[in-house]
Design a protein around this ligand. Sequence first.
Ligand code: F6P
Length: 541
Amino acid sequence: MSSLEVVWSDLVRHRQDFADFHLRKAFAEDPARFDRYSAQMDECLTLDYSRNYVNDKTLLLLENLLLQAGVAERFQDMKSGVAINNTENRSVLHIALRGSVSDDLQVNGQMVAADINAVKNRLYAFAEGVRDGSIAASDGKPFTDVVNIGIGGSDLGPHMVTRALAAFHDGPNVHFVSNVDGAHMGDTLKLLDPARTLFLVASKTFTTQETMTNARAAKAWLVSALGDDAVGAHFAALSTNKEGVEGFGISSERMFEFWDWVGGRYSVWSAIGLPVMIAIGPDGFEDFLAGANAMDEHFGTAPFRENIPMLLAALGLWYRNVWSCSSMAVLPYDQRLEYFSAFLQQLDMESNGKRVRRDGSDILRATGPVIWGAAGTNGQHAFYQELHQGHDIIPCEFMVAANPTDADTGQHELLLSNCFAQVEALAMGRTEEEARAQLLASGKSEDAAALLAPHKVFPGNRPSSLLFYDQLTPKMLGRLIALYEQKVFVQGVVWGINSYDQWGVELGKELANKLAPAVKSAERGEGDPAILDRLKAYRMV
Ligand code: F6P
């Protein structure tokens, strides 16, 4: 048995130590539990993981798990440009975009930092130009609206970040269109004036069906209003595919490149971040990068018990593989992080939702859980019922800021108190005696109290962690995203996964491209009899 498997067996055995464990009891027995099981970074970000199934032995075993899996060595490989994305023979260097690799690193004979800086200078000049009106529409007047056309990593990252940093916006309005459903583009264009609108076509490959279809629709809309000559001024591209961009009719001066060592879901730090740069300006974007860089530094240097990404990753592995928890909720008490869980779904599930190891052999244990969630307090009025009283245990990660980013509306204490109340309720629960006593105190009869009490029992002992940060600034958001990127990295290393490819999305794409012409001809009552029959059965033709 490998040393890693030995630690897994130790962890499975260690679960038995929790047979009588209840968080209520754990806190009663150890009032210093929070101090023991919390970690801090830069005095502005705290991870409180005291409401988890952990004791000192758990942490020792989990630390050993990461050690035996070689997490530190694999991070060194990443930083040195080793092609850790082995199925595509690519380095994985999104961390270089935030200055977390050495300045003289070369990949395929290219100086990584120099290439990044050259493109970044062009991006910042373009963003500033759009913001101050020196890069103008075809009539010489400033743009008021920017539409990012992209999907997956070319949409979710910049969309989530742009929304999250709304308090820092001082540029034109930024919109996002991703879905091939024509309603998405249609509804967006309805609000816009073609003469005032700049389109950014964001696609690493510049071949993605949805993005190219939407880009063509946007071009047709613009040309029908302003003529062919306006395209040059009203379009720019963010891509690795120069030929594709030029073929679409966007000149290379309007193309901002990135590199095959930036995965789509890790690309918000690259040219794909242009909508963010336009919304908050290059200085704000630099702060965003600096926050991520600080998290990389923390991840690479902090000891395990102070290392926030490692702790969250380790807890996730513990719940997924030893406690068989198949889903995990991320619950930001921050309305501006309303797209955070959608962003994390791609980051985590496209990275670690895999069933073979890097060498193609089967992974014999469960891998990436289902990641889901919504902003609090809204979620409380939707799915928290199940978190508190449902059958399954769903570990939760709560997030909340000490201070709001806008002038205080007097409502922030309510947000904070709701968040604190939920973590407390999940952990402590309410016993049947407490429920009955409460009912009697409210004037219910003995019989009525006995009948209702079981429904008002909260088992408690539901694990959760809390990320508490001072304020949702660009720098803090950079820290938080990099934290989750590193969490995913650690889990991928322990499971032996290549977290940086995504073959699982290919089959559906291939079939959709094959089916599109057949569906079109079937709609006309012609073509492939199988499709025709299917559409007939659905009463479509
Ligand atoms: O759906 C898979 C995927 O390849 C993602 O990984 C990627 O973020 C998205 O499609 C968009 O790809 P592109 O940027 O090449 O258009």
